[in-house]
Design a protein around this ligand. Structure first.
Ligand SMILES: [Ca+2]
Ligand SMILES: [Ca+2]
Ligand SMILES: [Ca+2]
Ligand SMILES: [Ca+2]
Length: 470
């Protein structure tokens, strides 16, 4: 029985000890976690009504986040105000950086840590970023190219890439490209990566070059790894262009490329990040023979001036090597979307052009157009010309036309008179009809009959009077 009592007392003592320990373990002020991630907010809480005993409850006090509270001077990462009262987890640091930190309350406002001031320590650990690659909306896809010595353009966009860094900034390191297709890839002059700042799928002046290799590939269907110089900012999707520079004599063939890998380093985590979404294959570039249709299209209108309604010939010249190409004559400029043509002719190498005949009508500007470089428009170098046609009207025609005009004027005047008389007629119609249908005579007859009737009545009266006297 006594032994049981001793055990009971022992248990009570242990419980009291545990309770005391647990009470002392409650910090009056602390960070809500020992380890925060770089993607989290750093929060703190207060477990007492007044953690600064020298201050009123609820008074504003300053909280510091520093690398080391005991260092001098302090390396302050964040400073903000909180209330001297009890509160649950409150945000005090938005986007923390990787590291070990102290957080303390400067109760005596001397801008440094004193041993009686509430403090805690915590760690911020990096969350490894993600790199994502995909094809850009302005990707170039399949296309053809040939050397055009009149308007040389050796720059060829091959693929638009869209890259995104998540969780942290990514320092781009390398990009590996593999050449595929029948064309000889050693005949590509240069391989470059540009930031497509205006996202138009084309390399523009002043757009940033972030990596290059010359020559593009050391062997046909070879692999090239480019070093990149760019930091991809977290959460901002950026567009990049993979660009070939061709040679004047790059032989015909099909050229494509595959982006096999993109590697970067996480700015916070300092870990290697391999982009997802790869490999990505570009469209096929077909390299065609050099442009042969050269020169500047020009034409003469013969005769000019020309008599109205007679034949005019547009004599096209100035071109060579444009076999089987169509030259169109039209009234709208060659760049206009209105494509209605007057007539066309097919280029003839022997004559260096061709002729188009048509009937003259009035003074007009005529446009001759050709698509020398097969790009679907007629506004490139040497593809268009225009001339004014002067149309004259012979004197005979002019006289006849004057007569006709006079006749027309007379007819108009006559018509106008007729119109006036119509109005007068409408006013006198009733009278006119009245007289024309003999109504007047009818009235006259009735009057005469009435007079006769009155005379007869007088005659009878007079006879009656005479008989009474008799
Ligand atoms: Ca202090
Ligand atoms: Ca090849
Ligand atoms: Ca651009
Ligand atoms: Ca063209």
């Amino acid at each position: 029985m006594r032994k049981t009592k001793e055990i009971f007392i022992l248990i009570i003592a242990v419980l009291i000890l545990l309770l005391v320990n647990s009470i002392s373990a409650i910090e009056i002020f602390e960070s809500c976690k020992d380890k925060f991630k770089t993607t989290e907010e750093v929060t703190v809480r207060s477990n007492v009504d007044r953690f600064c005993v020298n201050k009123e409850e609820g008074a504003e006090v300053e909280v510091y986040i520093v690398e080391d509270k005991d260092s001098s001077p302090l390396n302050i990462l964040m400073k903000s105000k909180i209330n001297n009262t009890q509160f649950s987890c409150k945000k005090i640091w938005d986007s923390p950086k990787v590291g070990d930190y102290d957080v303390f309350i400067d109760c005596n406002e001397n801008e440094e840590y004193d041993s009686n001031e509430p403090f805690d320590s915590f760690e911020v650990i990096a969350v490894e970023g993600d790199g994502k690659a995909r094809r850009g909306e302005k990707d170039i896809r399949d296309h053809s190219w040939f050397f055009d010595r009149e308007e040389p353009n050796l720059i060829n966009e091959m693929l638009q890439l869209s890259l995104l860094a998540e969780n942290e900034n990514i320092v781009l390191e390398t990009l590996t490209i593999r050449a595929i297709g029948s064309g000889n890839d050693t005949e590509i002059e240069k391989l470059e990566i540009y930031l497509d700042e205006n996202n138009n799928g084309k390399v523009d002046e002043d757009e940033l070059l972030i990596g290059d290799s010359q020559p593009a590939f050391l062997e046909d269907n070879g692999v090239t790894t480019l070093n990149l110089d760019y930091v991809l900012v977290e959460g901002i999707e950026e567009k990049f262009l993979i660009v070939y520079t061709m040679k004047e004599d790059t032989p015909e063939g099909e050229f494509s490329l595959v982006v096999d890998s993109i590697v970067g380093i996480g700015e916070n985590s300092e870990k290697e990040i391999t982009f997802s979404g790869l490999p990505l294959t570009s469209g096929t570039k077909s390299v065609l023979p050099e442009k042969t249709c050269l020169g500047s299209l020009t034409f003469e209108l013969e005769p000019n001036p020309v008599v109205k309604n007679s034949l005019v010939t547009a004599r096209i010249s100035g071109l060579s090597g444009c076999e089987n190409k169509t030259i169109v004559l039209r009234l709208n400029p060659c760049g206009s979307s209105l494509k209605e043509e007057i007539a066309h002719c097919i280029f003839n190498e022997k004559s260096g052009g061709c002729n188009i005949s048509f009937l003259s009508s009035s003074n007009k500007t005529y446009h001759a157009c050709i698509d020398k470089n097969n790009d679907g428009d007629m506004i490139d170098f040497g593809e268009y010309d225009f001339k004014d046609l002067v149309v004259v009207i012979p004197e005979k025609i002019e006289e006849n036309e004057t007569e006709i005009n006079e006749t027309e004027t007379n007819v108009t005047e006559f018509k106008e008179e007729k119109e006036d008389s119509k109005i007068t007629a409408s006013v006198t119609d009733i009278e006119k009809n009245f007289f024309e249908t003999g109504g007047f005579f009818l009235l006259l007859e009735v009057t005469l009959l009435l007079i006769l009737f009155v005379l007869v009545m007088i005659l009878f009266k007079m006879r009656d009077g005479q008989e009474k006297e008799d």
